[in-house]
Unconditional design. Structure first.
Lengths: 406, 235
């Protein structure tokens, strides 16, 4: 028997019972579809997280206050108020710190913000003018905060695009006022969107002068973080060490193990984030792979029923000259067509699904070619693996017994 | 007379572990080219077992069976399949057509397992369907055909590869008696054209269409002749 003929014959048999064929395929469609959708979504969220972290600035080190030590009680990380503007100035001016280009002291807190009857809860960040160049904050309209604004503790604000949308809709906010914690601020600029998503959205922020945030708004003397830009990516570790010693010295801490601050490099954050999304992707893909195996067992089940049901046909074919190989290929062809067509449909479903989901949660839509190739290969392999036993069973039937079967 | 079938001292013993059943007991006979033979016998006489061995669906426990010059008694499954495909045309009591499949496709099945060039298959199948008088029903599936018509499709299928012998197992058993006569006329016509036919039946009036009748009882040939006198052939 020629292969073309075998495929035609198998296809013809499958169309005879469309409902059963459809149901048998459904398992594979769901399996392949979910594998492709989940792998694609995992990869695009990983890419999104990476680009978001990279958009925060290049060669960046972030110093956060560590846990506060008081006797035997250790507070949670970030609870300490030990990081001060003086620390930032020391890092910038200390002769031992040679690998640092810029230092940006920052004070950030969430606050209730209102404008013209609308209100929102957003992150209010007190920054120095250097912030915009370190964190690559672009200005879409108006201007960023100046040295003078900081010196005068001016009540001026630069809004992220998401805040503009929340508070002003489509009207131009420049020159308008917003109320932060009940105090009126004049809007002097709008930043360029960074395209962030979800919690910690870089677009959902209001920048005010650092001195204003500390003294006028929140009455704080500490900083929530200091961002430091190293001179190049090669000296990140050196810069980290230099900063560490300056701060340990200033805070009078002898052992680095007891440090009341921590320094993260962007690479640390990046690798942590991608290992988290990677684990998540692997977990979801594993679940999807299980559904693929269940789909394969469904195919085997249907094929076994088919073999029993068509015992007489098998006997007849053998009586008319079909060899073992002919019967095996016929039934194997049927299960491979089932899984392969199911695989193609599943691929379309998977692409559609990841397209819809990526639109809904506004992720970039990417389809990994590798996952498609893998899914098609796997579906073909499932056809062979789970179709083999029923096909073998069919080919081993004795023609007399099979013809006699009622 | 060229022998198409040569059976010598063939026995078939079914061993179920506890009981040994002798289905065929030292059976010998020959069938020449162009003969029309009926095998008769009550149920349990071994005629189905004989049919299976002659049809290369089963192998004898002992003895020799030569079909159209080929030794059949110790071939493997695939070799038997090839013998069945090329040398034997089966006509079964239950027709055994594929359901939901057109008459034309049914007739073409044996050609799928043989090297008939593709472009010759449909014309050949059409030729034989016309020969059995179904030229106008080639697209009908078996559920759209009467019993007699289904059996005629089966006869066309048996003839398609021009076999050395046609083996018919109770060919009229599932057919209304009015149509049974038509089937037997087709067999007689085929025999006149030179086809060798071996038919199993338990109905005497059907067996009468054959030129030679072999009677089996308890696995042994008890009578072999034109239906009137015993003529046991010893080989």
């Amino acid at each position: 028997m020629e292969y073309k003929e075998i495929v035609e014959e198998a296809g013809r048999t499958l169309t005879l019972n469309k409902l059963r064929t459809g149901l048998a395929m459904l398992g594979i469609i769901i399996g392949i579809g979910s594998v492709i959708a989940l792998v694609s979504l995992g990869q695009s969220s990983q890419a999104a997280v990476s680009s978001q972290i990279e958009s925060l600035g290049a060669n960046l080190l972030t110093i956060s206050p560590g846990s506060q030590r008081g006797g035997f009680i250790q507070g949670g990380a970030g609870s300490a108020t030990t990081l001060t503007l003086e620390d930032a100035q020391a890092i910038a001016t200390s002769p031992t710190v040679t690998d640092v280009a810029n230092v940006s002291p920052e004070y950030s807190r969430r606050a209730q913000v209102t404008a013209g009857g609308k209100n929102t809860n957003t992150s209010v960040t007190g920054v120095m003018p250097i912030y915009s160049s370190i964190h690559k904050v672009g200005i879409a309209e108006g201007q960023f905060l100046s040295e003078g604004d900081d010196a005068r503790q001016s009540k001026v604000a630069v809004l992220g695009p998401a805040v503009v949308t929340d508070l002003f809709g489509t009207t131009d906010p420049i020159g308008q006022s917003v109320r932060i914690q009940g105090q009126s601020f004049r809007v002097i600029g709008i930043t360029v969107s960074k395209g962030g998503t979800g919690f910690g959205n870089a677009d959902e922020v209001i920048y005010v002068p650092l001195s204003t945030a500390q003294k006028v708004l929140f009455g704080a003397i500490s900083l929530t973080s200091i961002a430091v830009q190293a001179k190049s990516s090669d000296v990140m570790t050196a810069a980290e060490d230099e900063i560490g010693y300056v701060l340990l010295d200033r805070h009078k801490i002898s052992s680095p193990a007891n440090a009341d601050f921590s320094i993260f490099s962007q690479n640390d954050i990046l690798s942590t984030a991608s290992s988290v999304t990677g684990t998540f992707t692997a977990l979801l893909s594993g679940i999807a792979a299980i559904s693929l195996i269940v789909g394969g067992i469904g195919i085997m089940n249907i094929m076994l029923v088919t073999v029993t049901e068509r015992t007489r046909e098998i006997g007849l074919r053998k009586a008319l000259g079909a060899k073992k190989r002919d019967i095996i290929t016929q039934f194997l062809a049927e299960s491979i067509i089932l899984t392969f067509v199911g695989g193609i449909l599943g691929m379309l479903v998977g692409i559609l699904l990841s397209f819809v989901i990526s639109k809904v949660i506004s992720l970039p839509f990417t389809i990994a070619l590798g996952s498609i190739v893998l899914a098609m290969g796997v579906s073909g392999a499932i056809g062979i693996i789970f179709g083999w036993y029923p096909a073998k069973k069919a080919s081993d039937l004795q023609p007399i017994e099979a013809l006699r079967y009622e | 007379m060229t022998p198409i079938i040569l059976v010598s001292h063939v026995s078939k013993i079914y061993d179920t572990g506890e009981v040994e059943t002798v289905a065929l007991d030292d059976v010998s006979f020959g069938i020449g080219k162009g003969e029309f033979v009926a095998i008769m016998g009550p149920s349990g006489s071994g005629k189905s077992t004989l049919m299976h061995i002659l049809g290369a669906l089963d192998t004898p426990t002992s003895g020799k069976y030569v079909l159209d010059g080929a030794n059949v008694e110790n071939l493997n499954d695939d070799q038997l399949a090839e013998i069945r495909n090329k040398k034997i045309g089966f006509v079964f009591q239950a027709f055994n057509l594929l359901p939901r499949t057109s008459a034309l496709k049914n007739v073409m099945i044996p050609m799928m397992y043989d090297a008939v060039p593709k472009n010759e298959r449909i014309p050949l199948a059409e030729k034989y369907l016309k020969m059995v008088g179904l030229g106008d029903r080639m697209d009908h599936t078996s559920s759209q055909l009467s019993g007699g018509q289904q059996q005629r499709v089966a006869i066309a299928r048996a003839l398609i590869l021009n076999p050395a012998i046609i083996l018919a197992d109770e060919p009229t058993g599932n057919i209304a008696s009015s149509q049974a006569e038509e089937i037997m006329e087709i067999f007689q016509k085929l025999n006149e054209e030179g086809h060798t036919i071996l038919m199993i039946t338990h109905e005497p009036d059907i067996a009468e269409h054959a030129k030679r009748i072999i009677h089996l009882r308890d696995g042994k040939i008890v009578e072999d002749g034109n239906g009137h006198k015993q003529r046991v052939v010893r080989i």
